[in-house]
Design a protein around this ligand. Structure first.
Ligand SMILES: O=C(O)CCC(=O)C(=O)O
Length: 198
């Protein structure tokens, strides 16, 4: 199969070709309104972000986790501060979009991408199950890829607009990797994950 390169902007308007999205991937523009985004930003900007650390390497993006945090050095989950009240309405909206109960999302990570920051190709850690990510401020390209044979990649690019949400489950979660190229302007993401049973 030949590698695909697609771009999906989530609108699917008349005459637009909407490429096939990975099974288990969903996108919702405007999960929240501009006023909710502003209220979240007022709180999120004050969070005690720390540079993302991965086996001694410090990434350009900065993160803070609630509920649980994954320690990449120790390779296990640790209990973190409780999810703050101002994130609970967003968690509810993310859960409704995802078809889950809100309290299934026991972990939330807020990530700050300054201009020039991004995230490389990866699948989220296996301790986590499904993932719902909400974007604030600048848009970004969420790239998805999966190996086809030994040398080719099937690719889909999604424009993650401010206030939008995406959901990774099924093959989108287990077979596809994702990454975000360097952003041009400040972006925050708020990522809810459930814990894999067992
Ligand atoms: O910022 C995002 O929306 C993606 C975050 C992500 O892929 C991760 O933290 O593993």
């Amino acid at each position: 199969m030949t590698a695909q390169f697609n771009f999906f902007n989530g609108t699917g308007g008349a005459g637009e070709t909407v490429p096939p999205l990975p099974e288990g991937f969903r996108y919702r523009p405007e999960l929240i309104g501009a006023a909710e985004e502003d209220a979240l930003l007022a709180r999120v900007r004050e969070l005690p972000f720390r540079e993302f650390e991965f086996h001694g390497y410090t990434g350009k993006r900065r993160v803070v986790s609630f509920g649980w945090r994954y320690d990449f050095s120790a390779r296990h989950l640790q209990k973190a501060d409780a999810i703050p009240a101002y994130l609970l309405a967003l968690r509810e909206a993310a859960a409704t979009f995802s078809g889950l109960e809100a309290d299934e999302f026991q972990h939330v990570m807020v990530t700050e991408y300054s201009p020039g920051a991004g995230i490389g190709w990866h699948r989220d850690k296996a301790v986590f199950g499904q993932v719902a990510g909400i974007s604030l401020l600048a848009p970004c390209v969420l790239r998805l890829r999966r190996a086809v044979g030994r040398k080719k990649w099937e690719r889909v690019n999604v424009l993650a607009a401010p206030r939008s949400a995406y959901f990774l489950s099924g093959q989108a979660r287990s077979e596809w990797e994702h990454s975000i190229p360097q952003v041009d302007a400040l972006r925050y993401s708020i990522t809810f994950r459930n814990l894999r049973k067992g």
